[in-house]
Design a protein around this ligand. Structure first.
Ligand code: AMP
Ligand code: MG
Length: 432
């Protein structure tokens, strides 16, 4: 496990007071590692978990050549360009039981979708293409080519080859694929556990009466939602008062129970509170000013639970100390925390695919920082993707996240955007 100092020393141009978004990503990739423990679960339980082992196919899928259509199977070499083909029907091959009869020179076998191709036959003409003439059928000229409408043995999966890789997520398609191999169980990484709390004396819990200068806590709810959507087990530690004992107790409980801790608030420059002091006291933490908007301040590192025994073997949890502003929390989560947690979950790096959309408005942007504006992506009448902002981009305006379906990513070096310019968009894709 590398210390903050070691990671910082390896990072080119590290300056905690002016870190670029890409340096933050690089730093976090060195800070976190996948959980070690795995578990074997039934296929249904595997949904949205991360594979801890390759899934090697024990069988060929499909297990034999079979028909893709209801029709007539015959030897493709009998086809002559421009000529009809007359065939005697020798019998019927049903799905689920192989047809074992002999097939003569100018004969075919009526065949159902999924039925095993009779030996020596490689082509299927669909039922609706042929004409019956007594016991024969006639295949009109040029309606099929040799090999058509036949599914090949192993064309989906070959026995002995990995069908899915360690680190892949088991979505619905992968789940079905596991089942298609006849495998009742899968080995996955254990679920990640993340504790979170909100800090700040001006933060009200739900149920408390409103008071002058105070706001209701929204960050715990957005963080809860973001984590739950990732299939992470959560530990909600509530709103913690700006008081050393309360903060210490929350950090220690989180470090003893969870793999990671997410806090919001109390990390900006002018903070007169105890949050930063407690992070420093209990862990190995870096305090950053990131060249980004929203979400400039962030604290990152590890909180150590001393427990019994030497410090090297103490339990620790990765700390993501996010800013307090509700939009900044969500943006820093999506940009940095989510990829880091995915890595901890054991997932293969899966950077979100950025789409290109035409900006429907002019955007002011200063080079030298990364901006994440809340965007609404739609299709323009001429079929192109276009994006407009949600209006007020204040980092406290949570409504902007509700209205948006993605973030417009204005990269570090980028300047102003004119109407019609293409910009990158990170779609929420169900994460938000
Ligand atoms: P801070 O980072 O602590 O300076 O907070 C920045 C802004 O975010 C302030 O206006 C806070 O009131 C607000 N804020 C902090 N934490 C929360 C929270 N949990 N829910 C809603 N707003 C918050
Ligand atoms: Mg504060």
């Amino acid at each position: 496990m590398k210390t903050i100092e070691q990671i910082a020393a390896e990072l080119r141009g590290y300056d905690p007071q002016a870190l670029s978004a890409s340096q933050v990503s690089e730093f976090l990739a060195s800070l976190v590692e996948p959980v070690a423990q795995t578990q074997t679960v039934g296929v249904f339980e595997g949904l949205d978990r991360i594979l801890a082992e390759d899934v090697v196919s024990p069988i060929n899928v499909p297990p034999h050549d079979n028909s893709a259509m209801d029709g007539f199977a015959f030897a493709g070499r009998l086809l002559q360009p421009g000529q009809a083909l007359r065939l005697r029907v020798a019998g019927t091959a049903w799905a689920g039981s192989a047809w074992t009869g002999a097939v003569g020179a100018a004969e075919c076998v009526k065949i159902m979708t999924g039925a095993v191709m009779p030996a020596g036959l490689d082509t299927v003409v669909p039922l609706e293409f042929v004409r019956s003439e007594g016991e024969d059928i006639v295949v009109p000229p040029d309606v099929v080519r040799p090999g058509d409408n036949r599914r090949l043995l192993g064309e989906d999966l070959m026995a002995g080859r990995p069908a899915l890789l360690r680190g892949q997520a088991l979505g619905p398609a992968a789940l079905g694929l596991v089942a298609s191999l006849g495998l009742p169980r899968v080995t996955v990484f254990r679920r990640l556990k993340v504790a979170y709390f909100s800090t700040g004396d001006e933060i009200l819990s739900l149920g408390e009466a409103p008071r002058e200068g105070a706001v209701y806590d929204s960050n715990r709810y957005t963080v809860f939602g973001l984590l739950s959507r990732m299939g992470i087990e959560v530990v909600d530690l509530g709103v913690i008062r700006d008081q050393p004992q309360a903060l210490e107790a929350a950090f220690l409980r989180a470090a003893s129970e969870a793999d990671a801790i997410i806090t919001s608030g109390g990390v900006s420059m002018g903070e007169a509170d105890h949050t930063k002091a407690m992070m420093r006291q209990l862990g190995d933490v870096a305090f950053w000013r990131i060249a980004m908007r929203p979400g400039r301040p962030m604290a990152v590192g590890r909180i150590v639970h001393p427990g019994a025994g030497p410090r090297e073997t103490a339990r620790s949890a990765v700390l993501f100390g996010l800013p307090g502003n509700p939009v900044a929390v969500m943006v820093t989560f999506l940009a940095f925390v989510r990829p880091a947690l995915r890595r901890m979950m054991g997932a293969i790096a899966d950077e979100p695919v950025l789409l290109k959309a035409r900006s429907a408005e002019a955007l002011r942007k200063k080079p030298g920082r990364t901006e994440y504006q809340r965007g609404i992506v739609t299709r323009s009448p001429d079929g192109h993707l276009q994006v407009r902002t949600t209006g007020n981009q204040g980092s406290g305006v949570l409504r902007s996240m509700v209205e948006a379906n993605g973030l417009i990513v204005l990269h570090h070096g980028q300047g102003n955007v004119a109407v019609g310019d293409e910009v990158d968009v990170m779609m929420f894709d169900g994460a938000v």
